[in-house]
Design a protein around this ligand. Structure first.
Ligand SMILES: Cc1ncc(COP(=O)(O)O)c(C=O)c1O
Length: 439
């Protein structure tokens, strides 16, 4: 450990929000990250939900090498061969029809920015309907359509964004209603409010197939079908933000496939690069043709960069070659049953939810009141880290206290067992510590 570097990180780096650790980190491999003391920590967030095939997978390193021997970057108007190959692979081997054409950029925020620009140009409208608890990124358009957090203090959002309350089965909008009824009430209520306020200029509905930052909320299929209908009825394009759900994490190729609903535009990012920044905005032939005719531009310095396309192809091939979609289903069921077993022994686990290897565990003061236990969430997350497990906690007062657990799809049963035993120990210790009277 180099104390000068720890000090430098405090003195010279801008703090950008979210969790920050005292330790610095030196390397990562598979499901593990290693800190500056040489300690191995299980990474049950796959980095920033990106390293689905495990950190530093040899296929990614080989792809980077290959790019190094060919080209890393080019003039944005020159389409590298490997970018054409990635477009072809996506269209022929992965995408649900009629999705077909891709724009390759770098981050999730950018992919949603491009999707919103496309929808506005296509429809001639500007109004965007988003879902409560959503997170689509930090650039203007994407941030304006994000409702999980971080809206305050940055001035007016892009005009014309409206919100539908999020379906939240554990905390239904209508107390006592079942999951479907409550979700449909959210939809009906949100659409009614939107229709009332609309200036007659609809453009898009944007939604995550699983509302992740909002607390790993899984909308029922009827809600997603309802969004499809609502978009069609109003002449809006339906955008699925699949930053976290594309390419296997759910035990299906995409959230769209899981729900059985195909959007007009799909955005993919995090899980496409396995830890490197490649994202895609994907649409149909018809929409691409029309926006092109209308002069669509999204010309960035790194659009169609060959380095990232090599990496993207390597990630997609690895997911297929190592059967990682099936593994996500199997390991997800294994991890989930372990979490449910913990729930039987720990009253503070109110809810275990999610799909495949994108799981959420909500901590409550007691199961009757379902009152979120933020203190415990914070304490257990820190204790887990000390014991060698990193996972993410949503601890905004308005969002409940929810652990987000999303290890790489390559995680082993042994690693899952270790994580579960750390969670068990941390919960026991922290519940006891909070129960002790203050001397
Ligand atoms: C669903 C979703 N969309 C978009 C983004 C933004 O992606 P990026 O941070 O790569 O800009 C995120 C990031 O957390 C996300 O979870």
């Amino acid at each position: 450990m180099n104390p000068d570097l720890r000090q430098a990180s405090i003195e010279y780096l801008i703090r950008y929000g979210g969790d920050r650790f005292e330790n610095l980190f030196s390397s990562a491999k598979g499901s593990v990250v290693i800190d500056d003391t040489g300690r191995e920590i299980l990474d049950f967030t796959s980095g920033q939900m990106c390293a689905t095939i495990g950190h530093n997978h040899p296929a990614i390193l080989a792809a980077m090498n290959e790019a190094g021997s060919q080209a890393l970057h080019m003039f944005s108007g020159m389409i590298p061969e490997v970018v054409a190959e990635l477009g072809l692979t996506l269209a022929q081997d992965w995408l649900p029809e009629p999705l077909k054409k891709s724009l390759f950029i770098n981050t999730g925020s950018e992919s949603n920015e491009a999707a919103l620009r496309m929808a506005k140009l296509y429809t001639g409208g500007y109004e965007v309907l988003a879902v409560g608890g959503s997170w689509h990124g930090v650039t203007s358009g994407a941030a304006s359509a994000s409702f999980a957090s971080d809206r305050r203090g940055y001035g007016p959002p892009v005009p014309g964004v409206y919100v539908i309350p999020e379906p939240y089965a554990y905390r239904p909008l209508i107390p006592g209603a079942n999951e479907q009824e409550s979700a449909m009430a959210c939809l009906e209520f949100g659409l009614k409010m939107y229709d009332m306020q609309s200036r007659g200029s609809p453009a898009a509905i944007i939604v995550e197939p699983i509302i992740s930052a909002g607390g790993v909320l899984v909308p029922p299929k009827c809600f997603m079908e309802g969004l499809r209908r609502a978009a069609d009825e109003r002449g809006m394009l339906l955008i699925f933000d699949e930053a976290q759900t594309a390419f296997g994490r759910l035990g299906e190729t995409f959230g769209a496939v899981y729900h059985g609903v195909v959007p007009d535009i799909m955005t993919t990012s995090k899980t496409m690069g396995g830890g490197l920044p490649i994202a895609a905005t994907i649409t149909t032939d018809g929409i691409e043709h029309e926006v092109h005719e209308k002069g669509f531009t999204f010309y960035t310095s790194h659009v169609s960069d060959p380095l990232m396309a090599h990496v993207g192809l390597a990630v997609l091939n690895t997911i297929r070659n190592e059967n990682l979609i099936d593994k996500a289903r199997e390991k997800g069921a294994y991890l989930r049953s372990g979490l449910e077993e913990l729930q039987q022994r720990h009253e503070v686990i109110g809810d275990v939810r999610g799909v495949g290897l994108l799981l959420g565990v909500e901590l409550v003061r007691d199961r009757k009141s379902r009152s979120p236990h933020h203190e415990l969430g914070e304490l257990t997350t820190s204790r887990c880290f000390e014991l060698g497990l990193s996972m993410n906690i949503r601890r905004r007062p308005e969002r409940g206290a929810v652990w987000r657990i999303a290890p790489p799809l390559t995680v082993s049963n042994d690693e899952i067992d270790r994580a579960l035993s750390i969670l068990d120990q941390a919960l026991k210790e922290c519940v006891d510590a909070l129960a002790k009277p203050i001397p």
